[in-house]
Ligand binder design. Structure first.
Ligand code: NAP
Ligand code: ZN
Length: 347
């Protein structure tokens, strides 16, 4: 075991503060990574503040990790010292259930191991995330990152990127489709970029008038305020696909009538409180309300390669780790453009 520097929340109502954690010595299949940048996902905030329940304190959040390989175990063939790599939301899974065998480790039937606040597969330890100097991860869950793109802008692809890429691919969004993105934050801005890159006609649905110009620069073709009275009636029957990234409770029913026949609305945002939905908007027009969790490892590599090829990265504001609590407050206030990324050299 090796002590490494980190930032942790000690309780739901406590700010994050410096903390020391232990990382295991790399085993035969392990890759040890020096973390260069870590993105700040709204899930980090939900977890640090205990909003979903089940947070085990102290917790070190962070699952948008980019860094350099420092050591590898003897069985590691995919990576060598000095390689640029990424780690996303999962660091292990059972590897033998039907979902793991189909490259859907995020839906591991035996319970996968998330990057933080999660039980390791050996059932001995609780994982700690990327707000730390180093992490040790089994090679299957480590991604190759191209050195072509600025690494601080690549880090958010490991969660915000794959979480929006995966449903666009799974539900077969293609050129000419009309796609709406609800909520312009970390996930929302990647959804706009990725859907536009696939040739979709993208409408941004936001409650923030101040984000209109940014939405257009990110690639959205239209922008509508959800707070304006006529928006929902004027946009009825407009979209093949709606991507909902809103982190706070809101009424899904309002969006169902915006879908065309056979339209699909995918929930990515994970508000802590449940919302009830009415049957009729689904029955008429055969609409679907679905959800999606991040993406599997194979698809995450495909997404990273796609982004490198198409020059797609996240719009980031790089911060020192001492600004993390401020960044949480600004994210909660919707003042994020469009992902905070921690420069780990400041740890
Ligand atoms: P974020 O950067 O904070 O963006 C969320 C956006 O939602 C805000 O910028 C805002 O956009 C909108 N919003 C926030 N509060 C709202 C409210 N009260 N009413 C209406 N709109 C509101 O968060 P994020 O990192 O993108 O994460 C978004 C959600 O996805 C979180 O719940 C997170 O836990 C979840 N998530 C899910 C997965 C998955 O696998 N499904 C993966 C990662 C994250 P506007 O100002 O444009 O309205
Ligand atoms: Zn995330």
């Amino acid at each position: 075991m090796k002590p490494v520097k980190a930032y942790a929340a000690q309780a739901a109502d406590k700010p994050l503060a410096p903390f020391s954690i232990e990382r295991r010595e790399p085993g035969a299949d392990d890759v040890e990574i020096k973390i260069l940048f870590c993105g700040v996902c709204h899930s980090d905030i939900h977890t640090a503040r205990g909003e979903w329940g089940g947070t085990i304190y102290p917790v070190v959040p962070g699952h948008e990790i980019v860094g350099k390989v420092t050591r590898v175990g003897q069985n590691v063939t995919k990576f060598k010292e000095g390689d640029t790599v990424g780690v996303g939301c999962f660091v292990d899974s059972c590897m033998h259930c039907a979902n793991c065998e189909n490259d859907l480790e995020q839906y591991c039937k035996n319970g996968n191991t998330q990057t933080y606040n999660s039980q390791s597969q050996d059932k001995q330890t609780i994982t700690q995330g990327g707000y730390s100097s180093h992490i040790v991860v089994t090679q299957h869950f480590v991604l190759s990152v191209s050195d072509k793109l600025p690494l601080e802008k690549v880090a958010p692809l490991l969660c915000a990127g794959i979480t929006t890429y995966s449903p666009l691919r799974h539900w077969g969004v293609k050129a000419g489709d009309k796609v709406a993105v609800v909520g312009l934050g970390g996930l929302g801005h990647m959804a706009v970029k990725l859907a536009a890159s696939m040739g979709a006609e993208v409408t941004m649905l936001s409650r923030s008038k101040s984000k209109e110009k940014d939405a257009s620069e990110l690639g959205a073709h239209h922008f509508r305020l959800t707070t304006e009275k006529d928006t929902m009636t004027e946009l009825a029957d407009s979209f093949n696909f709606i991507i909902d990234t809103v982190s706070a409770p809101h009424d899904y029913n309002e969006y169902m009538n915006l879908l065309t026949t056979d339209g699909v609305m995918v929930l990515l945002g994970a508000p802590p409180e449940p919302t009830s939905v009415a049957a009729f908007p689904f029955i008429f027009n055969r609409r679907s309300l679905v959800g999606s969790l991040v993406g599997g490892i194979k698809e995450t590599q495909e997404m990273l390669d796609y982004c490198a090829e198409h020059n797609i990265t996240s719009d980031v504001e790089v911060i020192g780790i001492d600004k993390i609590n401020e960044a949480y407050e600004r994210t909660l206030a919707g003042d994020v453009h469009y992902r905070f990324v921690i420069d780990m050299a400041t740890l």
